[in-house]
Design a protein. Structure first.
Ligand code: SF4
Length: 160
């Protein structure tokens, strides 16, 4: 069975900042769960953050800049949580290497897991193009990241 990394919150784990999950119930997602060997992790929890936790956004840039040490992740309380986010991204990459995972389906718009959109750092609900810290690090290491809105493409990439 092919292994794929899936954000823990998409698999029903209550690990989001607000203590909820983002359980996926579409037919395509169920097909993925049946045909693939799912490995789950929440990068933010893996990075040492509690649940629930204050929401955080990437300040100014996107996850690529954070990985490069040129951007920060700041909570709504103005606390710098960059170290937790980078640590979580590194642990996620280690897990992927350990399982030889090449494809991931991560939660869109998260400052860790977003793959095409993230919030703009102003806590105003405004999204901009960009990817989260974990997605940036995984992509730098050749892992293809899809969101929960592109499961069909992920299934095709997995040849399932
Ligand atoms: S860091 Fe990723 S897996 Fe964890 S709650 Fe946020 S979106 Fe879900």
């Amino acid at each position: 069975m092919k292994k794929v990394l899936v954000s823990a919150c998409l698999m029903g784990q209550k690990v989001r900042y607000d203590g909820n999950a983002l359980t996926q119930e579409s037919e395509l997602f169920q097909r993925l769960v049946e045909l693939a060997d799912i490995v789950t992790l929440c990068p933010e929890v893996a990075g040492g953050l509690p649940t629930p936790r204050p929401p955080a956004e990437i300040d100014v840039a996107d996850g690529g800049a954070v990985v490069a040490g040129k951007g920060k992740v700041i909570s709504v309380q103005q606390i710098d949580v960059t170290g937790h986010f980078v640590s979580g991204a590194q642990k996620t990459l280690e897990l992927c290497k350990q399982h030889n995972i090449k494809i991931a389906i991560l939660t869109e718009s998260s400052p860790s897991c977003g793959s095409t959109l993230i919030y703009n750092g102003q806590f105003a609900g405004t999204k901009v193009s960009g990817h989260g810290v974990t997605t940036a690090l995984l992509r730098q290491h050749g892992i293809t990241v899809f969101s929960q809105f592109n499961v069909e493409d992920a299934l095709a990439a997995l040849e399932l």
